[in-house]
Design a protein around this ligand. Structure first.
Ligand code: NAD
Length: 332
């Protein structure tokens, strides 16, 4: 099948090309993000392959349909950036990679926790300056602390297992409890109890209408003073302005982000020679107790191999009319 691959980075091209040797699709690698304006680049392709910050709005999808596109193959798990109703109306199917490496994201969340707690980012800079003082670097034992996990699907469950391995009490919230997580000895509680009792809160739920700004001024007020908040899921789970207020007041003691509400205009690009225009993001960067990574939690060799394989397999199954062989996103 002819596939236009948007938002291509060298690592995407490398992994997709390597695995495509078995699938034989015609892949056109395009650097631009898919938007309403760039949809025209899909001309002559039956499928587009997209990533987290491509804009699959109703207008973009209309543009894709006009170019004859019949399949949107997301090379990621989340699909909050796809207008599923518009795709359905246009007769375009959406497929995704529901699971590639839960370890990649769960381990990154744990890395943020350990880095923030033990001030590794600050220690790294101090030692390079021949400053071996310890003042200001004191952490706490993660062992024995209470970790709240919001969303216990594949990544949340993996993270809960890591937290249990550290000897933590694990509180979880999910409308659909996971027996595997219960078997670990994690306790399902109400969201309010999770906010109130957790020393560390890690978000692993998808971005939906129900979870948009699930961390806001009201929920922050319920959390333990000095709580550590980790978000490796989707930026808009967190009301960034409320979190900045929480950091300024000390209500939030540590913040680790791999995702950001307005990341689409920033992440995955090198803007080191440009003036940062986003004042909210700029404020976040001023806190010593905030670590931000640019949506790299998924970025392991194993995860990229799995993403390439499942994406190409989805496309082949669509081409062969095999509904069982692909991961289709359904409306509702
Ligand atoms: P999953 O579908 O396996 O699990 C999501 C869980 O969230 C499910 O158990 C679901 O019941 C639960 N959930 C739904 N609504 C909820 C709510 N209102 N409150 C609490 N829980 C709720 O997904 P996953 O593979 O574990 O991925 C989780 C999220 O991680 C994805 O949606 C994606 O946004 C994010 N993600 C981020 C990266 C990254 O690189 N940073 C990579 C992959 C996935």
């Amino acid at each position: 099948m002819k596939v236009a691959v948007f938002s291509t980075k060298p690592y995407d091209e490398q992994h997709l090309t390597q695995f495509n040797a078995q699938y034989h699709h015609e892949l056109t690698f395009l650097e631009p993000r898919l938007t309403e304006k760039t949809a025209v680049l899909a001309a002559g392709h039956e499928a587009v392959c997209c990533f987290v910050n491509d804009v699959l709005s109703a207008d973009t999808i209309k543009g894709l349909a006009a170019q004859g596109v019949r399949l949107i193959a997301m090379r990621c798990a989340g699909f909050n950036n796809v207008d599923l109703r518009a795709a359905n109306d246009a007769g375009i199917e959406v497929v995704r990679v529901p699971e590639y490496s839960p370890y990649a994201v769960a381990e990154h969340a744990m890395a943020l926790i350990l880095d923030l707690n033990r001030n590794i980012h600050r220690a790294f800079n101090r030692v390079r300056e021949h400053d071996y003082s310890l003042d200001g670097l004191m952490g706490f034992d993660v062992h024995g602390k209470t970790i709240g996990v919001v969303g216990t699907g594949k990544i949340g469950a993996t993270f809960a297992r890591l937290a249990k391995g550290f000897g933590c009490r694990v509180l979880t919230y999910d409308p659909y409890p996971n027996p595997e997580v219960e078997a670990l000895g994690a306790e399902y509680v109400s969201l309010d109890t999770l906010w109130e009792a957790s020393d560390i809160v890690s978000l692993h739920c998808p971005l939906t209408e129900a979870t948009h700004h699930i961390v806001n001024a009201e929920s922050i007020a319920k959390m333990k003073r000095g709580v550590m908040l980790i978000n490796t899921s989707r930026g808009a789970l967190v009301d960034t302005r409320a979190v900045i207020d929480g950091l300024k007041s000390g209500e939030i003691g540590y913040l680790g982000l791999d995702v950001y509400e307005e990341e689409a205009d920033l992440f995955f690009e090198d803007y080191s020679n440009r003036v940062l225009q986003d004042d909210v993001f700029a404020r976040l960067l001023t806190f010593p107790n905030v670590i931000i990574t640019g949506h790299q939690a998924f970025f392991t060799n194993e995860a990229l191999d799995a993403i390439a394989t499942v994406t190409l397999n989805n496309i082949t199954a669509f081409e062969q009319g095999n509904p069982e062989g692909r991961f289709t996103v359904t409306l509702g």
